[in-house]
Design a protein around this ligand. Structure first.
Ligand code: NAG
Length: 336
């Protein structure tokens, strides 16, 4: 028997084994930059939490409607319309912001409101394993982990405050949106009166209550365009100039509401030609993308939902179909 040979083979085997062990340890430690599970967040959890938060905010909006609204003005919009805020905005902000913040302490959240009411931060932590009623389809979706530092959540605790104070409740929504590195990925829009919630998870699916909409080629020559009711004059003119005399312009309120009318095929286009804030847009942007529609500025640029800038100054065009066709018809430079 040749002991030397056996020894040589064992040496070689030991070397290989050691090398493999080294590779495994090296590879594992590469992954160990994530030392803390709380550096990651599960998007499926954020979707559930978004629905719960929007619905909690919505309950505040409804319960406050007959109380003292304490309407104050945040000044005027660019078109000179009043920009009101009420105690309902603040109550919903507290419910939405702190429901999320208490559940995900490391999450960066941008809200339209800041001022709170007494006990603002005392909101119940959301149970991430339970699914909001009517949305069981989420249980069948896969978990997806992302770095929490890449996530910005945008919330609008009460969209269409002006109409809320006028009792035009059909326009009122609460919204939550998840942007990853500035890209809107999950959007939640909740209607607190006649309560219902719509959501979209880009590249995955939407809530079951969003209808299928078929493309109609003939709409291109006679599109319906939804615009803001608080300053419809100029944008109506722009729409007719751009899309032709057969264009029908419908005034409505609430960016959330208006995007949803395009998502569900009621109207072909949502056009906005003045300054607008990103908490008004983010959720709708994620939802319209989830149904293969598009939201861009009137220059055709995608909107970046990183937390540093809250304003969109180049207007907004939202369509479910034929986005580039309509975009090319818009004047290249829209006067503000
Ligand atoms: C579409 O959305 C608008 C705004 O929420 C709503 O008023 C309308 O009833 C919806 N239509 C359909 C067909 O879902």
């Amino acid at each position: 028997m040749n002991f030397g040979g056996t020894l040589r083979i064992n040496k070689f085997a030991c070397f290989i084994l050691g090398f493999i062990l080294f590779l495994i340890i090296y590879w594992r430690s590469g992954g160990a930059t994530v030392t803390d599970k709380s550096d990651l967040v599960n998007l499926k959890h954020l979707l559930r939490a978004g629905i719960f938060a929007a619905e909690r905010g919505g309950k505040k909006v409804v319960s406050q409607k007959n109380g003292e609204l304490n309407v104050q003005s945040k000044g005027k919009t660019q078109e000179g319309a009043n920009d009101p805020v009420t105690d309902a905005d603040f109550a919903s902000h507290c419910a939405m912001y702190y429901s999320l913040k208490n559940t995900f302490p490391k999450l960066s959240i941008v809200s339209e409101e800041h001022t709170g009411v007494a006990g603002c931060s005392e909101q119940e932590v959301i149970d991430l394993e339970s699914t909001p009623e009517g949305h069981a389809v989420i249980d069948y979706m896969f978990d997806e982990l992302v770095y929490i530092k890449d996530v910005t959540v945008w919330i609008d605790p009460l969209d269409a405050t002006q109409e809320y104070t006028e009792g035009l409740y059909q326009y009122v929504t609460t919204m939550m949106c998840v942007a990853i590195k500035g890209v809107p990925v999950i959007g939640v829009i909740h209607y607190p009166f006649t309560p219902r919630t719509y959501w979209g998870w880009y590249t995955k699916r939407t809530s079951d209550n969003i209808p299928t909409v078929t493309h109609k080629e003939e709409n291109k020559n006679q599109p319906t365009v939804v615009v803001s009711r608080s300053h419809p004059g100029k944008v109506t003119e722009t729409a007719k100039d751009a899309f032709g005399e057969k264009t029908t312009v419908i005034p409505a309120a609430g960016a959330g509401y208006k995007v949803m009318t395009v998502v569900n095929g009621t109207y072909d286009i949502y056009l906005h030609t003045s300054v607008i804030k990103k908490w008004d847009l983010c959720a709708g942007d994620a939802i319209i993308k989830s149904v293969d529609g598009k939201m861009t500025t009137t220059k055709g640029d995608a909107i970046d939902y990183s937390p540093n800038e809250v304003k969109v100054t180049d207007g907004v065009l939202v369509t479910r179909y034929d986005h580039d066709y309509y975009l090319n018809k818009l004047p290249k430079v829209l006067a503000p």
